[in-house]
Design a protein around this ligand. Sequence first.
Ligand code: BTN
Length: 261
Amino acid sequence: MNFSLEGILKELKSKDFYNIEIIRSTTSTNDVLKSVAKQGELEGKVLVALSQSNGKGRLGRNFFSQETTGLYFSVILRPILLPKDSILITTAAATAVAKAIKEVSGKNAKIKWVNDVFVGSKKVCGILTEAGIKNEKYLDYAVLGIGINAFYPENGFKNEIKDIAGAVFDNNADGMRNKLLAKILDNFYDYYKNLTKKEYVKEYISLSCAVGEEVTVISNGVEKDAFCIGIDDECRLIVKYPSGEKGVLSSGEISIKIKSV
Ligand code: BTN
């Protein structure tokens, strides 16, 4: 079946939680949902766009969002969560995506802390969570945005990303996007119901490709070599620098490169 609302709903178990809309094109599904979340739109609203003209990634980067080959969507969430804990949304989503890729394509997906999902040495998915704050304490809303390269573009990926980007499926079998999206939403909902219990974190850690690897930590443009010792139950990366000093890294402005990937 073609990629369609009907096709997604046929596969989706958590229908009561989600309210899905598919549109042909927009600037950024995150931007659109942030704007409607501020106006009171309910938790569970999902906006899927077939293409985005201004898809956004972490750290102000662009997210290449070409029509027909990707899965670009955002979800409005209204958890009772402190802003510092919004990393739980991103990491639960990464776990949901990696698990869904395995379930639908049979491929082993790995998570590169904090928000990227890889198949082999190629990035197939990026996640961007953006939040608004209420009463200067708790989140008012969070918009979880997920961008996946489902298929390879006919003329290949753009030059800027062709060395790092990969796709989940080898062939353009359109119905697979229905299954993949439904699985991601179902998996995510399972984790989200009890998010603060952090039961998914063990799975997040076991899917991580950073633990036990030499990494480069990049913070404000400065690169430092380190060894990744582990990830703690708040999804912070624990590293050891060559000096012997230990670092506990929260995602914020920090990203890593993994030397073996
Ligand atoms: C990253 O790789 O740094 C995160 C990429 C997140 C992309 C998704 S696509 C759907 C949603 N809308 C956006 O503008 N960004 C996210």
